[in-house]
Design a protein around this ligand. Sequence first.
Ligand code: AMP
Length: 219
Amino acid sequence: MNGPKLIIALTKGRILQETLPLLTMAGIEPLEDITNSRKLLFDTREPAVRLLIMRGSDVPTYVRFGSADMGIAGKDLILEGGSEGFYEPLDLNIARCKMMTAVPKLYRPSSGRLRVATKFTNIAKKFFAERGQQIELIKLSGALELAPSLGLADAIVDIVDTGKTIKANGLVPQYTIADISSRVIVNKAAMKIKTALIQKVLVKLREVVEIHSADKAEH
Ligand code: AMP
């Protein structure tokens, strides 16, 4: 098929498992098994649409710069990296979790500056600034939950789903900073240039999300 092609960037791993059924219901089914392939770019049953698979943190970057026209990205990454260069027209209501602060079970606030360990430094900075609380930020890329028990931090800011990870490390949830779910994002220039194609995909996805969300609410 001639005419514009649409590239949609997707997050690999667990979130892909939740995304693929929605895309399939919207007619954007990959022509081969995405989950077991080393390829990164896939054709779909919708000839104008191709899927690009990458780490979640790269999805907003690809869409911001227009190398992908659309993407499906966690709200955590959108809040952390900012939404310059793209719109966020649709909440897919999947991969839901919360961005929270968590503290040791036997937490006693110290009088000095609170030391906060996190991967999400921008989110943490903004949250504590709005509360008027001075903090010392400690940027980590993993093993956050260990930071308080090893004396590296007083609190953490992280994603909490079932709460099992923080509980297993002697932490309890404290404040909810934001509700997180996967969002459809669209490059601003692509929205102008490929309007018809993008709107077609958005209309289908919106219908699918309504059905899917109603199903989830019933069960
Ligand atoms: P849980 O033990 O169920 O609270 O899961 C917490 C961990 O799972 C977090 O530290 C995240 O790394 C990861 N996680 C859970 N849900 C999501 C999600 N929707 N998006 C990204 N990471 C998630």
